[in-house]
Design a protein around this ligand. Sequence first.
Ligand SMILES: *[C@@H]1O[C@H](CO)[C@@H](O)[C@H](O)[C@H]1NC(C)=O
Ligand SMILES: *[C@@H]1O[C@H](CO)[C@@H](O)[C@H](O)[C@H]1NC(C)=O
Ligand SMILES: *[C@@H]1O[C@H](CO)[C@@H](O)[C@H](O)[C@H]1NC(C)=O
Ligand SMILES: *[C@@H]1O[C@H](CO)[C@@H](O)[C@H](O)[C@H]1NC(C)=O
Ligand SMILES: *[C@@H]1O[C@H](CO)[C@@H](O)[C@H](O)[C@H]1NC(C)=O
Ligand SMILES: *[C@@H]1O[C@H](CO)[C@@H](O)[C@H](O)[C@H]1NC(C)=O
Ligand SMILES: *[C@@H]1O[C@H](CO)[C@@H](O)[C@H](O)[C@H]1NC(C)=O
Length: 435
Amino acid sequence: MRILILSICFLALIYYAAAYDPLDPNGNVTIKWDIMSWTPDGYVAMVAINNFQMYRHIGDPGWKLSWTWAKKEVIWTMMGAQATEQGDCSKFKDNIPHCCEKKPTVVDLLPGVPYNQQVANCCHGGLLNAWGQETDDKTGSMSQFQVSVGQAGTSNKTVKLPKNFTFLGPGPGYTCGPAKVVPPTTFLAQDRRRKTQALMTWNVTCTYSQFLARKYPSCCVSLSTFYNETITPCPTCACGCEHKNNCVKSDKKIDMVGHKKDRSPLLHCTHHMCPIRVHWHVKVNYKEYWRVKLSITNFNYHTNYTQWTLVAQHPNLNKVTQVFSFNYKPLVPFGSINDTGMFYGTKFYNDLLMEAGPYGSVQSEVLMQKDENTFTFKQGWAFPRKVYFNGDECKLPPPESYPYLPNSGVNLSVSVLAMVSSFILIVFSFGVFSD
Ligand SMILES: *[C@@H]1O[C@H](CO)[C@@H](O)[C@H](O)[C@H]1NC(C)=O
Ligand SMILES: *[C@@H]1O[C@H](CO)[C@@H](O)[C@H](O)[C@H]1NC(C)=O
Ligand SMILES: *[C@@H]1O[C@H](CO)[C@@H](O)[C@H](O)[C@H]1NC(C)=O
Ligand SMILES: *[C@@H]1O[C@H](CO)[C@@H](O)[C@H](O)[C@H]1NC(C)=O
Ligand SMILES: *[C@@H]1O[C@H](CO)[C@@H](O)[C@H](O)[C@H]1NC(C)=O
Ligand SMILES: *[C@@H]1O[C@H](CO)[C@@H](O)[C@H](O)[C@H]1NC(C)=O
Ligand SMILES: *[C@@H]1O[C@H](CO)[C@@H](O)[C@H](O)[C@H]1NC(C)=O
């Protein structure tokens, strides 16, 4: 088992170097252009952005897409999205294009724009759900807009594909490949009795790398158990101590009115200086089961995390019996190794992780069935191997600082453990939230 874990870690390291996510090997954002009609000087295309990442959503303020035109193309009109800058359209006399930039940047429209500016699946302010968080129709992880392009090719022989796509989701971290012509998309008519197809289709695939996105992690993990009173805190400066000088020592000092539009983080002062801390508490040991309590705490006064996701890797996640108050979905990245899963909030109950302060945390408990051959409290086995919050990997404490199983306690009976557990729980409830 140890060798297996080590080799997975090793594989993971190799994959990281290639900007590949071992927990979501097929994760990507795909941008698809379907040419729906040719016009006298170009074409009308329907563009669809699909978030195929299992646990990384595109949050507020939403995606931004840009590309470089291959020739002197202009955008006559757009529906469902808009170019952020019109650029220099002074060459045009009667009809002024929507955008004349060589490298246009496009953003989604906000909900509630007039119907004549909308298309299907548009106008969610650029938010895209994670693929794994979606219900059946998958429309929440998709954005669409229509673009009418002029001064362009007017047939599939003369049209030139746009180049150098960049995708912000909403920050950096994505790298997009070149546009590739693919078999034309087919559309099923509403009565499902007729199929039509695009005149030409090309795809662009973008993948995420945390190392391109940010210098430091944006979350950290702390650990505790019922069998040892030590609480292993997040590593010091786990998220870099860049904001150490303008953090806030007490909730009361926050000007609750003035800060909301400011998107730069305003953190509660902690030794780790992370906006997010995930706490993993080994809570109860039953005969055939064991129970972990998970808490996610927000230390950022400037951000509400909507549609948050938490991914954990632990060998016992193959026997999850019950998850309280969160949703759980196994991810099974390597097919047979079922050790990774995604936790996310329940709609209208705890899918919003509120800004730092009295309401800035969400909690869950996970009941897992023991596998007699592997289960142990020794050597930190009960702790997660990896934790991700919103698709970014969290900094774990060094293994040598994990709470140990007391030597005398190896043969402790369940009832004694339960007693110790409730004692520690009391200590824990007072101790851990005052960080
Ligand atoms: C993008 O993700 C989809 C869905 O997981 C997958 O089918 C497709 O092969 C991926 N594309 C690439 C280029 O990895
Ligand atoms: C192109 O992208 C769409 C999703 O936008 C996907 O369904 C399709 O499989 C992709 N085609 C290829 C050849 O990658
Ligand atoms: C271009 O269109 C012609 C028919 O007008 C078709 O035969 C050909 O396969 C198309 N080529 C591509 C690359 O779509
Ligand atoms: C592609 O876009 C990036 C960022 O806008 C820019 O730095 C780079 O020079 C562009 N490359 C080409 C070939 O246009
Ligand atoms: C977070 O959400 C709450 C409730 O919707 C709202 O009152 C608060 O202003 C939001 N905070 C931020 C920083 O957007
Ligand atoms: C993975 O584990 C979960 C429970 O933790 C179980 O519901 C699911 O069926 C397992 N999947 C596979 C492919 O073994
Ligand atoms: C609890 O774990 C710590 C290591 O984090 C260790 O130093 C300590 O001895 C342990 N306590 C007991 C009672 O074993």
